[in-house]
Design a protein around this ligand. Sequence first.
Ligand SMILES: O=C(O)c1ccc[n+]([C@@H]2O[C@H](COP(=O)([O-])O)[C@@H](O)[C@H]2O)c1
Ligand SMILES: Cc1cc2nc[nH]c2cc1C
Length: 362
Amino acid sequence: MTTLAQLKLDWLTQPAKPVCDTSQSQAEAHQQQLTKPPGSLGQLEAIAIQLAGLQGQEKPQIEQVHITVFAADHGIANAGVSAFPQAVTGEMIRNFAHGGAAIAVLAKQLGAQLQVVNLGTASELEAIAGVEANVIGPGTANFAEQAAMTETQLAQALNYGKNCIDQLDPKTIQLFIGGEMGIANTTTASALAAALLQCPAEAVVGPGTGINQTTQQHKQQVISQALQLHKLNQGANPSDPTYLLTMLRSIGGFEIAALTGAYLRAAQQGIAILVDGFIASVAALIALRLQPDLKPWLILGHRSAEPGHSKVVEALGLIPILDLNMRLGEGSGAACAVPLLKLACELHNNMATFDSANVSKG
Ligand SMILES: O=C(O)c1ccc[n+]([C@@H]2O[C@H](COP(=O)([O-])O)[C@@H](O)[C@H]2O)c1
Ligand SMILES: Cc1cc2nc[nH]c2cc1C
């Protein structure tokens, strides 16, 4: 494989920004002073403490949230693995831009910035205001037959994700949510999950947009055969950067690679990351394998109903904030968790202490 430098990817394995241990310890001590039995706010306490470390201040805040939805088509859609036609990817890009998609409604409610990126669709779309069109090409190739991407396309996708983060000001944006949209991308994500976890396809395959049992069995077979074709399920070391990049090129998707690049860059720039569902979590796991010190920068918004997600969550070692049986993607599950992050900060910053409220300690 070409070197990272030749592909302008040397930034990929740079370390994440170090977490501020002092602010984190101060926040931990502050939590002990608040008028509640220690630990009684559960995960909300842990979130506030984590954010304090990431923001380098004892009292963290979540005010400015940036959401980028990366959309792309997948050649594997031609294998008949989705309940919906490929044209939906392009149609939904229009819907994102026009404010009708779930993530657009959620972003508006949260007062979050929403950026929509069309990395490449098979269908021809008219120019859509605010959406950069077909950045890389008309979707990936069918990975049941050949590598999904060329090396150049992989580098373009990873670098596009990085560039999206580089456009943000880490002093004003406190949280990044990466969303995705792409018909058949649960097949792509399941194949990647099987290669990452070195497990059989059946352990991580699911209904995606809602296929029946028969189609799901076909989907599983398509994935198993592709893993064999690309030699990805044969005792490889799934933490080796060359293996990870080869895997991503062979069976990945443009939006998943862009998410991987965006997550790695966000942690390098010091922006906390709220991860969405199955597809986004697979991208996060690839990023984490490439750069283990990404870990403290990751917060998991929710557990998706897509069955493979739980396996990926376990490998990430993260606790999902919400478990609402959602399986939409787009960044929607993460967006729904944002109010809880805000509440965690408000409680941490505004509750009285035992001393200030004259409440007796235990
Ligand atoms: O995020 C999830 O957990 C999730 C679970 C199932 C489906 N999706 C979305 O559904 C699309 C992929 O489904 P499919 O059946 O076409 O592979 C894609 O646009 C994803 O955003 C997303
Ligand atoms: C309508 C629709 C919207 C979506 N959003 C994310 N994935 C999607 C899949 C479909 C089919």
